[in-house]
Design a protein around this ligand. Structure first.
Ligand SMILES: Cc1cc2nc3c(=O)[nH]c(=O)nc-3n(C[C@H](O)[C@H](O)[C@H](O)COP(=O)(O)O)c2cc1C
Length: 244
């Protein structure tokens, strides 16, 4: 595979100033059987998770509630068809370099997060890579549709219009920042998630972040080495199911 050959330079330990211990640290957070099973005693929802401060001198400022259109509600009921090329390109557009630079923040301007996307076809799935430097989506491989489903803990996420995987380049970011670089890259992936979900919303598509996936299986699908890369988050994007 062409991209596999290309990536071998990143797997050569002599290329990196640091050993892969940072990647090992990241791997501690890989999905395990109890990752989603702990219930704890926490109530969910915003009100119950805020601190009960008393305002000093009773001073507080009333904030107007968000407009309905501000809401990026998670939606998990997708039509199973892949997005067409035009929609796919429009979705990725805000993550690309333009004449005025990039549209989101990156520590040290390293841009250490790669965007991969899986798109279902009739009988398999296409693997795409966003070459954001020159604003292009590259088809880099084909994978079995069942393989994608099998790599997910959450089955609602496949098939969708596209299933995005945001991949941290752990070598790149830790060579510059050490362990702290992992935090930086994770935050960058958060910005990208927001950017892509907002674009999806503007396009009339639904989306949901997905932390429930088998890390090693997803990396295998993307043909990436666990020694240097980590999947921070996946995002399902697509047309909402008409009868949902
Ligand atoms: C980092 C992260 C990981 C998430 N992983 C999942 C997931 O694996 N499965 C899922 O159904 N929702 C997932 N979500 C979506 C949350 O469940 C959702 O945002 C939350 O329930 C609030 O609902 P709302 O987004 O509709 O307001 C994830 C959200 C974030 C930020």
């Amino acid at each position: 595979m062409q991209h596999d050959l290309f990536l071998t330079q990143f797997r050569d330990p002599s290329v990196s100033a640091e050993p892969s211990r940072y990647a090992d640290a990241w791997r501690v957070g890989d999905w395990t059987t109890d990752s989603g099973a702990r219930s704890g005693d926490y109530a969910t929802g915003l009100a119950s998770s805020r601190f009960p401060y008393a305002a000093l001198g009773g001073r507080s400022i009333v904030v107007p509630p968000p407009a309905t259109n501000d809401a990026l509600a998670s939606n998990r009921a997708y039509e199973p068809n892949g997005l067409d090329d035009r929609q796919f390109a429009a979705l990725i557009s805000p993550a690309c370099r333009s004449a005025f630079g990039m549209t989101y923040a990156s520590a040290g301007a390293l841009y250490s997060v790669h965007i991969y996307a899986l798109r279902p076809t009739c009988d398999d799935a296409e693997l795409w890579y966003a070459q954001t430097e020159d604003a292009r989506l590259l088809l880099i491989d084909k994978v079995g549709a069942a393989e994608v489903g099998n790599a997910l803990i959450e089955q609602w996420a496949w098939p969708t219009g596209v299933l995005i995987a945001l991949v941290l380049d752990l070598r790149r970011v830790t060579d510059k920042y050490g362990h702290r670089g992992i935090r930086f890259a994770t935050l960058e992936a958060g910005e990208l998630t927001q950017l892509l979900r907002e674009r999806a919303h503007k396009m009339g598509l639904i989306s949901c972040a997905l932390g429930g996936f088998a890390d090693a299986d997803v990396l295998r699908l993307l043909r990436l080495s666990p020694d240097w890369y980590g999947v921070a988050i996946m995002i399902g994007v697509g047309q909402g199911r008409a009868n949902a």
